[in-house]
Design a binder for this molecule. Structure first.
Ligand SMILES: [Zn+2]
Length: 207
């Protein structure tokens, strides 16, 4: 059986499956790029994390793309809500719980042809189990950590989901060098506009 925690985190990954999965839709300047848009990409993503074996075909993954997209939407919905300090609704909880329940499986002892070699096989749909593992990583995360560290990047053109691991817990952007600077540049420009327009103060507060 695969243990998702055995997979080494990818560069830039935060080591939480649900974060990596929800961020497969990446916004740049508000324009989305889906890194798991097709069966081939999603299959690669799942396989790289040990969530499916190599016997799962692209066509099978393709067939279940809508279910994975739905789960990704559910995760974003839940994380955004939690990052705003709101309670999850019963409907939101049940969407996540359904994804975990769909991954129900059991194990069987299988005897090889020689009668001496045994393997323990897992019975259940691989892709249902993969979705359950992703949903489960969010469930375990929120059960084990303080949810007020879950963040959605304050840059509206980014919305990257991350965990604020800074000592003060005041991180608002996914990356200070990228989004933080971008926001700072925008604020700086807004201040300059105000300074160079003495006759008509806009009163607009830099965001
Ligand atoms: Zn960002």
């Amino acid at each position: 059986m695969n243990d998702i925690h055995d997979a080494p985190p990818e560069p830039g990954s935060e080591g939480e499956l649900f974060l990596d999965f929800v961020n497969t839709v990446e916004l740049t300047g508000g324009v989305p790029a889906d890194h798991a848009s097709g069966g081939r990409e999603l299959r690669e993503w799942l396989h790289a994390r040990g969530l499916i074996g190599s016997s799962v075909t692209v066509a099978t993954v393709e067939h279940q793309l809508p279910a994975f997209r739905e789960l990704r939407g559910v995760i974003r919905e839940l994380v955004e809500r939690l990052s705003e300090g709101k309670r999850l609704t019963a409907a939101q909880l049940s969407k996540l719980n359904r994804a975990m329940r769909d991954g129900v499986h059991y194990h069987q002892l299988l005897q090889g042809a020689d009668g001496h070699r045994f393997t323990v096989g897992q019975v259940g749909d691989d892709l249902d189990q993969a979705r359950a593992a992703i949903a489960g990583s969010l469930a375990h995360y929120v059960a084990d950590h303080s949810v007020d560290r879950l963040r959605v990047c304050a840059n509206d053109g980014c919305r990257w989901v991350f965990v604020d691991r800074s000592p003060g817990g005041r991180r608002r952007w996914c990356d200070m060098k990228v989004c933080g600077n971008r926001a700072k540049v925008a604020r700086h420009r807004a201040r300059r506009r105000e300074a160079t327009a003495p006759t008509r103060r806009s009163g607009a507060r830099p965001s």
